[in-house]
Design a protein around this ligand. Structure first.
Ligand code: AMP
Length: 391
């Protein structure tokens, strides 16, 4: 069965076509700069550059590519039985993947204020796919859903109760990725009962996973909290916000922009690309070296927090662009952690692939894995599972 996975952003549309249950990727690609002067479409060897006015036009390009005979992907649109959509925010409502209905779409709309950048774009993707593939079953998979298992003592804030009743709580994000990599670690060893997954990409979050379920996570009500990221601050003292607003007359919109877009590694090292910062650090650039240490320390803080709350740790997982590729960050994050039983093998850390992604030293009590994330496959798997069980 062919499942199309869509990840719709405000000006982009990424897609992958899977054959399930074989999990074979039949094709993948993306449309970028939708709504801008010049857009582009890339998939396989195909590149199209032209203005792409909206998501409907983007979806048409994808459909034409899928139907193009020489690509040998599908003969007719009806071959795509399921479309799995990544939806960032599912609030308290969505714990599992769901078949998209009018009611589900209304709920996704209701959640716009909680994810103003993502949910509107995700809904546009769903509505576009419904029009172009009217016979496919549309399924929503939510990035927050995995974290709905976080117990109340780990998801509630110590602020007046009325706000909790209004839905102000920790939701957590990157759930599709945390779920995928923690399941991979459980497949490697069923004794991996207490896991910390480190999704370190441009956005970054850490999650404590107990017996396959999210138990705590570093992002909170929104995705700015927790670890230091490419352009986001991670944890800061709230009083900074009030000081900037009240004493320095910064409008709230500017503070939000600073904390979202001008902070993190961009603020610390003038750049959000870790490859560049690493190069500078190697050449004794103190600013870059400090930025890397701060980045690693923010992660250590959560390793300590989660290990204490879980009363132990079996495995640590590095994933996403930085987690999968940065030897230096993996080293800085795990150095001087032997008191917790975390000891990395320097040689294995240089080349995790050669060691099946397992890079702890022989005297490490804790397993250390590098596991490539695959959010699209996770979406396809969850959509397929829902289809098999309920439809
Ligand atoms: P993602 O959001 O998962 O695509 O990750 C993006 C981040 O991964 C960026 O900060 C990149 O600099 C970083 N990244 C990608 N490749 C490497 C690499 N080889 N070494 C270090 N960082 C990398």
């Amino acid at each position: 069965m062919k499942i199309l996975v869509l990840n719709s952003g405000s000006s982009s549309l990424k897609f992958q076509l899977f054959d399930m249950p074989s999990e074979k990727v039949l094709t993948k690609g993306l449309v970028e700069r939708i709504g801008e002067k010049q857009g582009n479409f890339k998939a396989g060897n195909a590149i199209i550059e032209k203005p792409i006015a909206n998501h409907h036009e983007a979806m048409q390009l994808i459909t034409n590519y899928l139907l193009d005979r020489k690509n040998q992907l599908i003969q007719s649109k009806d071959e795509i039985k399921i479309i799995g959509h990544r939806v960032v925010h599912g609030g308290n409502r969505f714990v599992q993947p769901v078949v998209i209905s009018e009611e589900v779409k209304d709920k996704i709309k209701e959640l716009f204020p909680l994810a103003p950048l993502h949910n509107p774009a995700n809904l546009t993707g769903i509505e576009t796919a419904e029009k172009i593939f009217p016979n496919a079953i549309q399924i929503g998979i939510f990035d927050t859903a995995f974290h709905q298992s976080i117990p109340i003592e780990n998801h509630k804030y110590a602020i007046p109760e009325k706000f909790y009743k209004q839905g102000i709580r920790k939701y957590g994000f990157h759930g599709i990725s945390h779920k995928y990599v923690s399941e991979q670690a459980l497949k490697k060893d069923k004794n991996n009962k207490k896991i910390i997954t480190l999704h370190l990409g441009n956005g970054a979050s850490a999650t404590a996973v107990v017996n396959g379920k999210s138990f705590d996570t570093s992002m909170g009500f929104g995705p700015m909290n927790g670890l230091i990221m490419g352009t986001r601050s991670g944890d800061i003292d709230q009083s900074i916000i009030f000081y900037l607003a009240e004493q320095k007359n910064y409008p709230l919109s500017e503070i939000k922009n600073i904390l979202n877009k001008k902070s993190g590694m961009t603020a610390l090292a003038g750049n959000n690309d870790l490859r560049d910062i690493e190069q500078r650090a190697k050449h004794d650039d103190i600013q870059a070296q400090t930025a890397l240490k701060m980045y690693a320390n923010a992660i250590k803080k959560y390793i300590g927090d989660f290990t204490a709350k879980m009363n132990g740790l079996d495995a640590l997982i590095f994933t996403a662009g930085i987690g999968e590729n940065s030897t230096i960050i993996r080293k800085l994050t795990t150095v001087n952690m032997d008191f917790l039983g975390i000891v990395i093998d320097e040689e294995k850390n240089q080349n995790p692939n050669e060691f099946d992604g397992e890079i702890q030293a022989s005297d490490s009590k804790i397993k250390i894995y590098v596991i490539p994330t695959n959010e699209e496959l996770e979406i396809a798997k969850q959509a397929f599972e829902l289809y098999q069980n309920n439809i």
